[in-house]
Write a protein that binds this ligand. Structure first.
Ligand SMILES: Cc1ncc(COP(=O)(O)O)c(C=O)c1O
Length: 440
């Protein structure tokens, strides 16, 4: 390049406006820690610790053997869209045509595409905090305005009409909901969903969409059945119903997700986005997903997993509540415990330690992040901090997410270590001066 040539920036400015999912960055940190010594108990992972059910694996293999390894319908092969339409329609009492269904490589792309499709710059996007991080991370990327709806322990991490009402304005473009919730395990009751639906229909125009992320729909406890907001009167025409195979069928590597759109026109727009980004989803995995949705062998496989999660939930929640300074609600679904660790942070002096940090570090961490890092480095337990699940609204909220997708004895040992760490103020003080990075 001649010295006179103008130096353009390497990256477009928008690159600096997108967030991420801290869980992936944390994986690298765990590996670094393991290289220096003992194995870490991983309670940070958002994936079931069960194998892909054999009947689904067999269907994938059959499809590969049959040569179904080429490009295919960018919207998702018709047989899969039919199976999704039937399953989602049955659950919600809706009549769904397969032309309204779009299949994606997992549950993430339809989130980004919803931001891209429905929200103009300057429009407000309402999303749960604590909530799945991708709801928030795209908002600045598209120059929209984040409106976190702070879910509280007092409301069982559900969402009431009273909480949502003040957040809706004339600028509201899109509303994200996620029940059962990652990270809280909260589930909105039918009454709460009725209240929310009435409010949304009353206060927003016909083009405002609700993105209902139902990735954990099959994992509910104590005999509860998942209820979608789409099944409330009038909401079928407003709701994008999204889910996939990752959690329900313990198949995070399958990369098959889907969304059902209120109109064919919306599905067509998303189909076009899919063509631009990934053309089509591996057809053999789509045949696996068809088997998953249609086979009578799926229900018992799911039940086995849910029974194990419920047993572990009971075990972990009781053990966490026995730790001085921890209170933990019973999650109603998903596979995470979300204990309030404010008392532990106080005992360890973590809140004061956080307040004393230089501003440039403080902005990227939190008291619960310090506890998360202390647990990793000194007690070899990996958890996730509150801040990883929506930054806005996390200030002053002191929680950890503990994945119960782990063997019973591993969980027992993990909570024992957390209990030990909770009274190790000296160790925490030493850790804070050890020179390790205090951000994720
Ligand atoms: C609420 C929620 N939505 C979407 C996803 C993305 O799922 P997938 O692995 O299918 O991309 C996850 C994964 O953790 C999730 O928790």
């Amino acid at each position: 390049m001649s010295p006179a040539a103008p130096a353009v920036p390497l990256f477009a400015e928008r690159v600096h406006r997108i967030g991420t999912e801290a869980a992936f960055a944390f994986g690298a940190l765990i590996r670094n820690v393991e290289e220096t010594g003992d194995r870490v108990i991983r309670c940070n992972l958002g994936q079931p610790d069960f194998p892909l059910p054999a009947h689904i694996a067999a269907a994938v293999k059959r499809a590969i053997d049959a040569g179904l390894t080429t490009y295919c319908d960018p919207q998702g092969i018709l047989e899969l869209r039919e199976a999704i339409a039937a399953s989602v329609g049955d659950h919600n009492g809706l009549d769904i045509d397969p032309s309204r269904v779009v299949v994606y490589p997992g549950g993430r792309p339809p989130i980004g595409f919803a931001h891209m499709t429905y929200s103009e710059a300057g429009e407000e996007v309402i999303y749960p905090s604590p909530g799945y991080p991708l709801f928030e991370s795209f908002i600045p990327y598209f120059r929209c305005v984040p409106v976190p709806m702070v879910l509280t322990e007092e409301e069982g991490f559900g969402l009431t009409r009273t909480q949502l009402e003040p957040l809706i304005t004339e600028q509201t473009g899109l509303i994200f909901l996620n029940f059962p919730s990652n990270p809280t395990g909260g589930v909105a009751t039918r009454e709460q969903l009725e209240g929310l639906s009435e409010l949304i229909l009353e206060k927003t125009g016909p083009n405002v969409r609700v993105y209902s992320d139902e990735s954990y729909e099959a994992i509910t406890f104590d005999g509860d059945e998942h209820v979608s907001i789409a099944s409330m009167p009038g909401m079928g025409a407003r709701t994008i119903i999204a889910s996939g195979v990752s959690k329900t069928y313990a198949w995070t590597g399958g990369r098959v997700g889907w969304a059902v759109y209120p109109t064919v026109k919306e599905a067509e727009v998303h189909r076009k986005l899919g063509i631009n980004f990934f053309a089509s989803i591996p057809p053999y995995n789509q045949w696996g997903a068809i088997e998953a949705l249609k086979s009578p062998e799926s229900a018992p496989a799911i039940r086995k997993m849910v029974v194990a999660f419920q047993r572990r939930r009971d075990q972990v929640v009781a053990a966490l509540n026995a730790i001085d300074g921890v209170t933990c609600q019973n999650p109603k679904g998903a596979f995470y415990a979300f204990p309030n660790v404010a008392g532990v942070l106080e005992r360890l002096g973590a809140i004061e330690a956080y307040d004393r940090l230089p501003g440039d570090i403080r902005i990227d961490t939190s008291p619960s992040t310090l506890l998360q890092l202390f647990l990793l480095h000194r007690y070899r337990v990996a958890t996730m901090d509150r801040r990883s699940f929506s930054i806005l609204g996390s200030e002053g909220q002191h929680y950890l997410r503990i994945s119960i997708a782990n063997a019973d004895d591993e969980l027992t040992e993990a909570v024992r270590r957390i209990g030990e760490a909770a009274s190790d103020a000296e160790g925490f003080e030493d850790f804070m001066h050890s020179g390790v990075r205090l951000t994720l």
